[in-house]
Every structure is written in C-alpha cells, then in structure tokens.
Design a binder for this molecule. Structure first.
Ligand SMILES: [Zn+2]
Length: 296
C-alpha cells in the first residue's frame, strides 16, 4: 500500500473510532441542537492528546484536505496542521453553500452514468447512478467547537460542546475519504459488504444480458414471494420491492436491517442479492440521516 494511502486510512479509522463514541453520546441527548452533551468525556482519547473531539476533527479534516488539495494538510516535515488551520484551508478553497460559514466539498470521484441498453429492450432504461457525494463542512460551527473543546483541557469534562457541534463533526463522515463512522457503529466490515454488493450487481447484470428481456419478463410473471406479507398467515412477511438492478417488482425480502429501514433478500428475476450486512450498513446510514434530521 502507498504510504500516503496508508496514512489516509489510518486518519479515517481514527476519525471513525472517535466519531462513533460521540455518536453514542448523542443518542443520550435527543432534541435541542444547543443542548450540551453532558455524557461526553473529551478526555477519553489517549492521555496527553488534545482530546476526543479535536482528534477526530483534525484527522477527519486532514483526510479531506489531503484528498482535494494534497500537501495543504501538513507542514513539509509531515506534521499535520491544527484543525483550526485545516478549517481555514477549506474556507479558502471550497465554495460557501449560501449559509455563511458553511462550505461544500465536491465529490472527489463522481460516478459517470453508463449509457442505456439497446432501444426497445428492458435494458433501455436509465442506469442507476449514485448521487454525487457532497460533504458539508460547517467551518463556523466547527471553529466554535474547537474553542469550546479547549475548555475541557481546563477541567470541564465536555467543554460545553453542544449537540450541533457533534453533528457538524459527524457530517464530515459523508466524505468518501472517511465513511468510517458507519462501519464503527455497525461494527462490521463495511468495505467487504460494499464489494460483495458490487459483485452481486455485476452478476445480476450479466445474468440479465444472458437471459434477455423476454425470459426476464417470464420470470417476473412466474415469481412467487416466499415471504409475502399477509395480515393473517404471515404478518411478519415483507411486500415485494422494486429490484434496484432489473427494476421488476421481484425483490423479495427475508428481513430488515436492525433499524428496520432496508430489507435484505434476493431478486427472483436477476438474482441480485442484498446481504444482511449490506442492509445493516445502508440502514445505519438511513438511521443517522434520520437522527440528524430530527431537529429540523
Ligand atoms: Zn432484479
């Protein structure tokens, strides 16, 4: 592995570990964005270090800055700049989103859409393309948070950090260089789950090309949901969903992620499979979005 990549991954892992601790602290403080997060102990990071929040922030920001503006995250001797300075880099480089102090970082590697399949076949549909990932960096709020967390070094456990400061930090996890919070929370190997999922999509697409549109249509017609919902005989059952690969309403769920957002199971037409782990990963993402949007 390239040393630079290695460094980026260890920053991301460290960010994820610290962010997960703060995420858990947030669960105990629903509601008011300006409520202090009392249960958070910023001194929980390694002794002698600058504290949990600052560590997470400087590692997360360094990974982001190194991705977009390599070299601006560290001094020539390799020492990473303080979080406050990294925020200044972002403020100077990334466009504001309309709210003062909030800067948007573009997707470093947006996915190009594939052209639609041959006209008149079931493949003549727009391909599913992930939305570009835009990362929101609230420079103003995070700078305020650095000032507050500094108080923790002078004897106040949480330094007076509020829910909104933690949320602004957790929002950095959207950046593709990070994305480690979800893995930490689900305590699963998210990278492997994503690889399995990509493989399953590719296999399903090959199968569709192989069997052709007519056969796919026949399979869809004949498909029977083994776990269909029925209020009397199978109240725990799951209604068929549109398959994200072939588009037929033949994605049959066997169960849900632990938060109940995303079904895992298999498509009866193209055989696309969503594993329980992948459902958990997507579900965790949905759950975080849901929790962060609750205040709005
Ligand atoms: Zn399918």
């Amino acid at each position: 592995m390239e040393p630079e990549q290695d460094l980026q991954e260890s920053r991301a892992r460290y960010f994820g570990r610290c962010a997960a601790m703060m995420y858990r602290a947030l669960q105990e403080h629903p509601g008011d964005p300006r409520a202090p997060v009392e249960s958070l102990d910023l001194t929980a990071a390694e002794p002698g270090h600058e504290g949990l929040f600052d560590q997470a922030l400087s590692n997360g920001l360094a990974a982001i800055v190194a991705t977009h503006w390599p070299g601006e995250e560290a001094r020539p001797n390799g020492h990473v700049y303080f979080a406050r300075d990294l925020l200044k880099v972002i403020a100077g480089r990334a466009a504001e989103d309309g709210s003062p102090g909030v800067h948007l970082i573009e997707d470093p590697a947006p996915v190009e859409p594939l052209p639609p399949g041959p006209a008149g076949t079931i493949f003549d549909v727009p391909r599913i393309v992930p939305e570009p990932v835009i990362t929101r960096v609230d420079v103003a709020l995070l700078t305020e948070a650095i000032d507050l967390s500094g108080n923790a070094r002078h004897g106040r456990g949480n330094g007076g950090l509020q829910r909104c400061h933690i949320e602004a930090l957790l929002a950095l996890d959207d950046h593709p260089a990070l994305g480690t919070l979800t893995e930490e929370i689900t305590d699963q190997d998210g990278t492997r789950a994503r690889e399995e999922s990509r493989l399953s999509v590719a296999q399903a697409q090959s199968l569709l090309e192989l069997i052709g549109g007519d056969e796919a249509g026949r399979r869809a017609e004949a498909a029977v949901n083994p776990n269909g919902y029925d209020p009397k005989t199978n109240p725990e059952g799951i209604e068929a969903r549109d398959c994200p690969v072939c588009g037929f309403e033949t994605f049959f769920g066997l169960g849900y992620d632990i938060w109940g957002w995303v079904a895992y199971g298999q498509c009866a037409v193209c055989s696309y499979q969503r594993s329980q782990r992948m459902a958990d990963e997507e579900g965790a993402r949905r759950q975080i979005e849901h929790l962060l949007n609750e205040d709005d």
